[in-house]
Design a protein around this ligand. Structure first.
Ligand code: NAP
Length: 303
């Protein structure tokens, strides 16, 4: 029987994950399909219940469900428990296990961004959703000493900081209100800036004014595209990276969890690049922009 893996999000219209995961299944002769399920928050519990049958190897969970899905699985791995967010689900019989492969994906992206320099100790994070949780946990475990989180709704950043109170006991982890002047003043004191908001995903907008950016910053946008933030940052002389490596490595780790086999990383990277060049976009990070008219591959229109 052909097994199924689904990407549950809202929206998930055209999936870059499909391009890399389906190619990986096919190249290793694994009889499985990767499908996109667009499910509004109210439909999430039913979608998760469906995964409990033999037909499914598991799932990916993306924007905006990564935190909401946590109580819907039967067990959490240490990383999923510590972050309070799940992006990958595997099945053991009827039991569902929640994992967070965004954490190792983020660490690969951070390492590549920092390159040969000494790992910095200060960071500013924009956003407090599921992706931001993986980022903040990654920064804590990487040994950062000061991490400041800004979010449109301050209470969400505050509850994330509270969630990490124990793991961040040795360092300064603070939520601050989203005011341009406060962000600019914090950026002047930091080395790493991570955009974990979805600003830039569906419109060519930046979360912060270009003038806030100084050329010493290392800037990572989790969105898999050359966003306005990254263009502004590059123009200011910053070192920049988009979400490609994070997307690739979270996907590779998820593939291994579902199949028990090492992921064909080069092939997956090639397929991601081709899908991007071909105009596909996804909830994981490609803004609509001029790609909006691209055809979705048939397999993503799973429903
Ligand atoms: P999420 O849980 O829905 O969180 C969305 C975040 O964006 C929240 O902090 C939200 O702020 C903020 N936001 C959304 N619209 C906003 C607006 N108009 N103004 C200000 N803030 C806004 O989503 P997520 O799963 O964390 O994903 C966030 C982004 O990271 C997405 O673009 C996603 O594609 C990307 N991502 C990429 C990867 C990768 O592998 N490259 C992995 C994970 C996530 P509020 O809380 O105030 O609403």
């Amino acid at each position: 029987m052909t097994k199924r893996v689904v990407l549950i999000g809202h929206p998930v219209a055209h999936s870059l994950s499909w391009a890399m995961q389906q190619a990986a299944f096919d190249s290793l002769g694994i009889d499985a399909t990767y499908e996109a399920w667009d499910r509004a928050p109210i439909e999430l519990a039913d979608a998760v219940t469906e995964l409990r049958t033999d037909a499914f190897l598991g799932a990916n969970v993306t924007i905006p469900h990564k935190e909401r899905v946590v109580p819907m699985v039967d067990r959490l791995t240490e990383e999923a428990h510590n972050t309070g967010a799940v992006n990958t689900i595997t099945r053991e019989g009827k039991r569902l296990i929640g994992h967070n492969t965004d954490v190792p994906g983020f660490k690969v992206a951070l390492d590549r961004l920092v390159g040969k320099q000494k790992m910095p100790r200060q960071a500013v994070v924009l956003g407090a959703g599921g992706g931001a949780r993986a980022v903040v946990y990654g920064l804590i475990t990487e040994g950062f000493q000061r991490v400041i989180v800004f979010n449109r709704h301050l209470h969400r950043a505050e509850s994330m900081v509270k969630h990490f109170a124990r793991s961040a006991a040795h360092m300064e982890l603070r939520a601050m209100p989203w005011h341009e002047s406060i962000i600019e003043s914090e950026l002047a004191k930091t080395k790493v800036l991570v955009n974990a908001t979805s600003i830039g995903l569906t419109a060519d907008e930046s979360p912060i004014p270009a003038e806030s950016l100084n050329g010493d910053l290392l800037v990572l946008d989790l969105i898999y595209a050359r966003t306005k933030l990254l263009r502004d940052a590059a123009a200011a002389g910053c070192t920049v990276a988009d979400g490609e490596l994070m997307l690739l490595h979270q996907g590779a780790a998820a593939f291994t969890l579902w199949t028990g086999q090492p992921a064909p990383l080069d092939l997956m990277q090639e397929r991601l690049a081709a899908a991007r060049a071909g105009g596909l976009r996804s909830a994981e990070g490609e803004p609509a922009g001029d790609t909006a008219t691209a055809e979705a591959p048939a397999a993503t229109a799973a429903e």
